[in-house]
Design a protein around this ligand. Structure first.
Ligand code: SF4
Length: 434
């Protein structure tokens, strides 16, 4: 029996693509191995957004080669795209596959007769190109499937390797997006997460051109999936129109994840970010005015070259005064080929570590206060398929992204139910089914 294993690192887009590759393989008669079982085919979908992600990708490849001797090994993803030589020279790796050949992996996956060879299928992505669709009809054991609507990025933020790895911004047609969501709804999913590399630029490359707001308007109807969640969206693309669309919608979850990166205008300029701290502050207040129960998550990058102590304090100060629900904190790590390579005033790893620690503390306080402010409310919770390991309770998410533990039988899995959020203990929210 042909068995495969697939390991995915990085973002929602990578996880979506791994799901599509898995679906192609299973449609061809391969089966996904159970954890620890032997596989004839190993696929690693790599990430290189940070130094740590790149290191974890290399480790994952070596680990799979070691634990599945004789298997066919395929390495794909952003790290394979920007540095194919790293994996082409790794013993035991047979194929290095760039993004534009991901739809070929199932074809390459013939039963492996052993022997050493190494083939690299990677092409330059810098020229504009059409969106390459990798369809899915299901999403493994996830309760909330992702739907990839956009790929690539043209922004070239100074610290970011993604535009080099994913190429120019390109979009999936609204017709196919709608069909895909309907198909997932018919398969019994209640929530879909729209993802991409730079979804705020959705539709700008299409003929006729469209936008994320117009796409949402076209799929925001009672006949469609019950809950739509947006993945990360750039501050400059959160227009009043889009915020208004989210505020007025029964379907679009009041949950916005917005990268800030720094609260200091000088650092933002050096990062090549297209806004300043005043713009960001006004944006957050505008969102909360229109969507009072919104969960706003914020990305912050610490240790960018030239981030003085004062600049760091400005970042902390801005975050502390804003009504946000949680933080994702990233330590700056230099990526080869980015504009940051040419910048001086590097920050020491020890200082970066301390600053991230401090930001994470601020984030924990924000998250606790946000959860506390929802205790006593009754919310629609989508119950997931897994039980919490500590309490054995079922877990689910509110529309404003609060994880809630409820005591309930398995029949409630993958269902949207009314839950009263009753208490919070050790940072966990407990609710009671209504
Ligand atoms: S918007 Fe900036 S941070 Fe985001 S993917 Fe593009 S270049 Fe990277």
């Amino acid at each position: 029996m042909n068995a495969f294993t697939i390991m995915t690192l990085g973002c929602k887009v990578n996880r979506y693509e791994s799901e599509a590759i898995s679906e192609q393989l299973t449609d061809q008669g391969w089966h996904l191995t159970d954890k620890g079982a032997k596989a004839n085919l190993c696929v690693v979908n790599t990430c290189t957004v940070t130094g740590k992600a790149a290191m974890q990708s290399r480790q994952a490849v070596r680990r799979l080669v070691r634990s599945h001797p004789g298997a066919l090994v395929v390495v794909t993803g952003c790290y394979a795209q920007v540095a194919p030589e790293v994996f082409a020279s790794t013993p035991g790796v047979h194929y290095v596959v760039g993004h534009s050949f991901k739809d070929q992996i199932a074809r390459l996956a013939s039963p492996h007769k052993g022997g050493r060879f190494s083939v690299t299928l990677v092409e330059d992505l810098s020229a504009p190109r059409l969106f390459q669709d990798l369809p899915i009809t299901r999403f493994g054991d996830r309760t909330r499937p992702f739907v990839k609507i956009q790929d690539g990025c043209d922004a070239f933020c100074a610290y970011c390797i993604v535009p080099h790895a994913r190429g120019r911004s390109r979009s999936l047609s609204p017709e196919i997006v709608t069909k895909r969501i309907t198909r997932l709804q018919e398969s019994g999913y209640f929530e879909v997460v729209l993802c991409g590399i730079h979804i705020g630029r959705y539709g700008q490359d299409l003929i006729p051109g469209t936008s994320l707001t117009r796409l949402l308007r076209s799929i925001d109807c009672p006949c469609s999936v019950q809950r739509l969640r947006l993945s990360s969206i750039e501050p400059a693309e959160l227009s009043e129109d889009l915020i208004g669309q989210v505020a007025a919608s029964e379907q679009i979850c009041p949950h916005l994840h917005i990268p800030l990166q720094s609260g200091d205008d000088e650092v933002l300029k050096r990062m090549n970010r297209p806004y300043n701290s005043k713009f960001f502050r006004d944006l957050i207040h505008c969102i909360i005015r229109k969507i009072p129960d919104a969960a706003i998550g914020v990305d912050v990058l610490s240790g960018f070259p030239g981030e003085t102590e004062t600049a760091f304090e400005k970042t902390c100060g801005l975050i502390e005064q804003l009504p946000i629900a949680y933080l994702h904190v990233f330590p700056f790590s230099l990526q080869k080929g980015t504009r940051a390579e040419g910048l001086g005033d590097r920050i020491s790893p020890e200082t970066i570590r301390k600053r991230c620690q401090h930001l994470r503390k601020i984030g924990q306080t924000k998250r606790r206060k946000f959860y506390e402010s929802n205790i006593g409310s009754t919310q629609q919770v989508l119950i997931e398929g897994k039980r919490d390991r500590v309490f054995g309770y079922l877990k689910g998410f509110t529309k404003n992204y609060i994880p809630v533990l409820v005591q309930a039988t398995d029949e409630w899995c993958h269902q949207v139910v009314e839950v009263r959020l009753e208490k919070m203990t050790n940072g966990r929210v407990f609710g009671r089914l209504r």
